[in-house]
Design a protein around this ligand. Structure first.
Ligand code: ASP
Length: 308
């Protein structure tokens, strides 16, 4: 049932990780803050006008995919072989419809392909060449490899190759995500990523896995994750947060903190953003920073470091 009294809210992340003041130049920090604010503005305009949470999270994630500061769409990290393989998922809390793609390399906005899979196909999850084929068959915008590639990500791959024991040399995850609750009390979640620098063997992380990196259910809330995917998969983070709120009656911050602590106990690092269908929101992360932001009728705020 929709609740017309719910205030809309949008929460975003642009990745968590070893993001510390001395590692970002003033220019980099300013550019990331501006990009987060721009994305918030896009989604907020949709929600403020009475649009759906689903439309808002897709539009917001597309903005972040198009911005090369983040590891999604343009600016995605490179695989060990120097290719780009992107993963994305979207979920609608109204009916738990979901769509996801893994290992796509030619679709300009993987989050929109995930939505196309959800709405236009009988499936939930498509991968690799087949997913890109489905994208072309449905006339989604395509882009050549040069569009996605950036010199910074290429340098990160070279660094990673120089120290082969480190899986992701950067440890700045940079995935993007958006969760929203609309004026009708419906929630939605979207996550999009290039994965981890130097990934091999068609590795897939948590981001496109429904229940792990992405989940939305009007009976509780919507979650998008960022971090070391191998741990987030094992802890089924997104669904676990929703289940704790729904079945244990935990408040949103307690549920998010508890599950991030569990990820930490397994040895994983990263963070989550959460909104509930009654309009509360939470961030939780166990890394030095997480690119993040929140928008509501009261305004927009962005933050990077843990102490903000
Ligand atoms: N969670 C993503 C993955 O494991 C990485 C990230 O959050 O940046 O693919």
């Amino acid at each position: 049932m929709s609740d017309p009294s719910v205030p809309w809210k949008l929460v975003i992340h642009g990745g968590a990780g070893v993001i510390e003041r001395h590692l970002l130049s003033a220019d980099q920090e300013g550019a990331v803050r501006a990009a987060l604010d721009h994305a918030l503005r896009t989604g907020a305009a949709i929600l403020d006008a009475g649009g759906s949470a689903l439309d808002a999270v897709e539009a917001t994630a597309r903005e972040l995919e198009d911005d090369q500061h983040f590891n999604a769409g343009r600016g995605s990290v490179f695989t060990y072989q120097g290719t780009i393989e992107m993963d994305a998922a979207i979920m609608d809390g109204r009916n738990r419809d979901a769509g996801a793609v893994a290992g796509v390399s030619a679709t300009r906005n993987p989050v929109s392909l995930a939505r196309m899979v959800m709405e236009g196909s009988p499936h939930v999850f498509l991968s690799r060449e087949g997913a890109d084929q489905y994208s072309r068959d449905n006339d989604l915008e395509q882009a050549p490899p040069e569009y996605f590639a950036t010199p910074e990500r290429r340098a990160a791959l070279e660094d990673m190759r120089a120290q082969p024991d480190v899986f992701d040399a950067d440890l700045k995850y940079g995935t993007v995500g958006a969760v929203a609750v609309d004026r009708n009390g419906h929630v939605a979640a979207a996550t999009s990523t290039g994965g981890l620098t130097g990934k091999r063997w068609a590795r897939i992380g948590d981001s496109p896995l429904i229940g792990c990196g992405t989940y939305a259910d009007d009976r509780s809330g919507a979650v998008s994750c960022t971090g070391a995917g191998e741990y987030f998969i094992r802890a089924t983070v997104a669904q676990e947060i929703c289940a704790r709120m729904r079945m244990l009656g935990e408040d949103v911050q307690t549920a998010a903190d508890t599950v991030i602590a569990d990820v930490g106990a397994l040895g994983g690092t990263g963070g989550v953003i959460v909104v509930t269908s009654s309009g509360e929101a939470a961030f939780a992360f166990n890394t030095p920073g997480m690119y993040r932001g929140v928008a509501s009728a009261a305004g927009r705020q962005v933050a990077i470091y843990a102490d903000e």
